[in-house]
Design a protein around this ligand. Structure first.
Ligand SMILES: [Zn+2]
Length: 360
């Protein structure tokens, strides 16, 4: 089973009281110049995929989920996608509305995942019927109801991981109370945690120190399996510090041959700005410690991965990448051409809390 463990749920709701039934997205009260540009690029990218069915110039929440469904059904490389929720920012036991730019609640996303899976069940093609969406839940430990929320998530068999972006969600990973981590560990629920530079959220840019991978020691010491996003690699290699060797040392410390506690994902490694560090990533991290992720809708552009100048990509591979319209498939083909092992596509089952029911 080939799983993309890192795909964002996004949407366009602007009413923060409706988070049970809609995505809340409003960065206008908290914008940073970089995210202003990025959000415009994403919107253009998505409308370019022809998903703006009512042609109002923007992608609604509904249109976005229809796009995800189409992409998974038509994918030749991917069988399952983990959709990621994102909990709010909390301050003094209440939601910090200004600092919360994107809020995808577990309740909203659990319902969406169920509905999408029901649709898949109705497909006539067996291969499509066997595909599945999973819930990547998000519980901010600063939420005064965090433990109840966590229990609710754990009782949902579709929930396969907990997702945090510590900078964007104001989470101090090393100061979260032990109980929270003990519950994750007891239920084999892995933590997918952003580490390294974060440019997708204004708060991410402002709170870089919260995304330091060294903070992961606490959950690891309490028995939680952790997936560090993007291999802790720089987004802009000329600006961001390169800490990959140190991160690799931490992986060596926590992993043995038959017990991998600290994983890294390959999400957003197709991003053109990361081209200069791709070889180093492949040479540093063994495939047995990596899980596949796209970071969709972060752009997956094929054209910058030029043959010959880019590691060992051949003109034939380059043409195949350019011809591949489905971004999930394009991402797999880009990584394959760079030399990432296909074994990475199969590793998710070793770390996700997958339901034991077999897919028929
Ligand atoms: Zn991401």
């Amino acid at each position: 089973m080939r799983i993309d463990i890192h795909c964002h749920a996004i949407g366009k709701g602007t009413d923060i009281t409706k988070i049970d039934t809609e995505v809340y997205f409003n960065a206008e009260d908290n914008q940073h110049w970089f995210t202003r540009i990025l959000y415009n690029v994403l919107e253009e990218d998505l409308t370019g995929m022809g998903r703006d069915s009512d042609r109002d110039g923007m992608i609604s929440t509904d249109e976005y989920f229809k796009l995800l469904y189409r992409l998974l059904v038509s994918s030749e490389e991917i069988d399952c996608v983990v959709l990621l929720a994102l909990d709010a920012v909390y301050k003094d036991d209440t939601v910090d509305v200004i600092k919360t730019d994107l809020w995808v609640s577990n309740k909203f996303l659990a319902n969406k995942v169920r509905a999408l899976n029901n649709l898949l069940q109705g497909e006539s093609d067996l291969k499509e019927r066997n595909k599945k969406f999973y819930l990547g839940a998000s519980v901010n430990p600063n939420n005064p109801r965090a433990m109840q929320e966590l229990e609710g998530v754990i009782s949902n068999p579709d929930a396969v991981l907990i997702k945090w972006i510590p900078s964007a969600q104001h989470i101090d990973v090393q100061n979260v109370k032990d109980d929270f981590y003990r519950v994750l560990s007891a239920h084999n629920m892995p933590l997918l945690c952003h580490v390294g530079p974060e440019y997708s959220f204004p708060e991410g840019i402002r709170n870089k120190n919260k995304d330091d991978f060294r903070r992961l020691r606490k959950p690891l010491d309490l028995g939680v399996k952790v997936i560090a996003a993007h291999c802790a690699s720089p987004v802009f290699p000329l600006i961001d510090p390169n800490v990959m060797a140190d991160f690799h040392s931490l992986m060596e410390e926590y992993n043995t041959d038959d017990d991998v506690r600290l994983w890294a994902d390959t999400s957003a490694l197709s991003l053109s700005t990361r081209l200069p560090v791709i070889s180093e990533i492949i040479n540093t991290f063994p495939a047995k410690w990596l899980v596949h992720g796209t970071d969709f809708p972060i752009p997956i552009d094929g054209w910058p991965h030029l043959p010959l100048v880019t590691r060992n990509i051949t003109p034939k591979e380059y043409l195949t990448i350019l011809k591949t319209k489905n971004p999930f498939d394009r991402d797999v083909k880009i990584k394959r051409a760079h030399g990432f092992s296909d074994a990475i596509l199969e590793n998710a089952k070793k770390v996700l809390r997958l339901p034991s029911i077999s897919i028929s």
